[in-house]
Design a protein around this ligand. Sequence first.
Ligand SMILES: [Cu+2]
Length: 182
Amino acid sequence: MSAILPPPSRVWWKQPLDRVEGTWIAIAFLWCLVMFFMMPYWHVFGKQNLSSEAYRTTPEAYSAKAQAMVDKYTVRTETEQQIPVVHPPAGSDVYLIARLWSWWPILELEKGQTYRLHLSSMDYMHTFSLQPENMNIQVIPGYEGVYTVTPTRAGKYSVLCNEYCGIGHHTMVSNLYVVDKP
Ligand SMILES: [Cu+2]
């Protein structure tokens, strides 16, 4: 049989299944099952993938929520662009805006407290990468991603954009602070 000529017998699909073929189908099927059950297993026990929620939003609605948090909980400003550093109450909802080419505002969280971290983009796709943690989250315009996070180490972290987003992509860097409970 070739791919160009038609098969010699028209009804070729009624031939009995070869033992080798059957064995390979069984192996492939078992491997599919292994991979299928590894996904939920690794989500729970791998401590690598965050449980997330996602909601539809608009840049206007999302930035209004971030602005409300900034108006209430700004403790100081940093860099020559006067980016507000926000210290929201422990356990609250915190908002971070991604846009060409900056993160806004700078979050200051308390160690050992659980926050709901909201992420959305004002324009194109970005990625929230927290260094030196192994955390990489896509930030998509029109969607508000919500991640339940509990910082376990105090210190100054770097926030990078990990999705190439244009000429200023490499300047899309910021900080995130984790402080001990006051
Ligand atoms: Cu970006």
